[in-house]
Design a protein around this ligand. Sequence first.
Ligand SMILES: Cc1cc2nc3c(=O)[nH]c(=O)nc-3n(C[C@H](O)[C@H](O)[C@H](O)COP(=O)(O)OP(=O)(O)OC[C@H]3O[C@@H](n4cnc5c(N)ncnc54)[C@H](O)[C@@H]3O)c2cc1C
Length: 184
Amino acid sequence: MIWLGCVPGIISLEKGFCNYDDKDGKVTAKRVILATGINDVLPNKPGFADAFGRGVFWCPWCDGHNYKNRKILVYGKLASAIGSSLNLRKLTTDITIVTGGALTKEDKDDEYKIHLNAGSSNPLVTNGMLISLPTAQTSSLHKQLRLEMDGKSVKVNSNMESSVGGLYVVGRWIRAQTSGYLGT
Ligand SMILES: Cc1cc2nc3c(=O)[nH]c(=O)nc-3n(C[C@H](O)[C@H](O)[C@H](O)COP(=O)(O)OP(=O)(O)OC[C@H]3O[C@@H](n4cnc5c(N)ncnc54)[C@H](O)[C@@H]3O)c2cc1C
């Protein structure tokens, strides 16, 4: 059975689970695989939401190759920005670290002028900007189910089973655990 839509609630039963949808429908299941993902929490400052995915990126392994031997700006708290810069150093040595400010992006071909303090007359010119972002679980199902956590990630055993038997968790948070890059 394929169920499309939001699942706002899951209840753990004595045997199995009861999943609710947002229209009062429900379905029982012996096992549940949770794949609700995590969100990147963008800085609450102008410019970032518009530029994210368009010259502003967070994953050096996914997008870094686009900036081989080019200018990159790394934006984030100093310690994580230094870590990200080290991850990029085989691709380019033209790296500038910036630790704060709003963003105004002017596109010119594939070059960006980034005004970190809106209106400043000396924009930083770069080809792309890597941003170190904190993350948060997309859904609150892990809280409802009182799953044991490891920092912001759900704790699982080697079979991806959570602290609630029969409930498995897959997806991006695994990368966070194996690479440590996302810091969750
Ligand atoms: C700009 C950008 C570029 C990226 N580039 C790459 C790349 O080049 N290569 C790469 O490997 N990775 C890339 N990634 C990362 C990749 O997108 C993620 O690692 C991957 O999507 C994670 O998959 P996931 O299944 O864990 O979560 P998601 O893809 O986030 O999927 C979770 C899904 O669950 C749904 N959901 C959440 N809560 C509920 C609920 N209560 N009920 C029902 N549904 C719910 C969400 O709506 C969503 O559709 C990129 C990410 C971003 C943001």
